[in-house]
Ligand binder design. Structure first.
Ligand SMILES: [Zn+2]
Ligand SMILES: [Zn+2]
Length: 157
């Protein structure tokens, strides 16, 4: 019985969160973590009080469903809703974030994005790296997801 490394642990959690998504086109999950503690979670779904894609169909604009609030954005907005701190957090995502979510994460002080599936968005990547946000995932040169036992320490910066 293997004990998962922290990255694996929180990515698995993001996958579980994604199963609550209400958009049939893509189920995305995100978990915001600070000091190995879950601060907030989010999945892509309609704003409060709005109908779900799963009930009324997607709202398609230029080939994308625009009905939902994205998973990463929902995790940040959950911080706003409940008064939690996002700054210095790490966002664990099932998918590589889009540009809008990348910009929001930069402004919210997220310092690392760890993702499972690569979704090529050069603008999003450039925005994150320009802000010094660390990236870990299958699309990164240095591969990846942290393995082994975590020591609980955090990187400076
Ligand atoms: Zn949809
Ligand atoms: Zn997004």
């Amino acid at each position: 019985m293997g004990r998962p490394a922290w990255d694996e642990y929180f990515l698995n959690m993001a996958g579980l969160v994604a199963t609550r998504s209400t958009c049939p086109r893509r189920q995305v999950g995100a978990v915001l973590v600070r000091d190995q503690r879950v601060v907030a979670t989010g999945y892509n779904g309609s704003p409060r009080g709005q109908p779900h894609c799963s009930d009324v169909g997607c709202l398609m604009v230029d080939g994308h469903c625009k009905r939902t609030v994205h998973a990463e954005m929902n995790a940040l907005l959950q911080c706003a809703f409940y008064g939690a701190v996002s700054s210095g957090g790490e966002m664990f995502c099932t998918d590589f974030p889009c540009l809008d979510c990348a910009k929001a994460m930069v402004q919210a002080g997220v310092r690392a994005v760890i993702y499972r599936d690569s979704y090529p968005d050069p603008h999003s990547r450039a925005t994150l790296t320009a802000a010094g946000v660390a990236l870990r995932g299958p699309g990164e040169d240095r591969g990846a997801i942290e393995g082994g036992e975590g020591d609980g320490g955090s990187q400076p910066g």
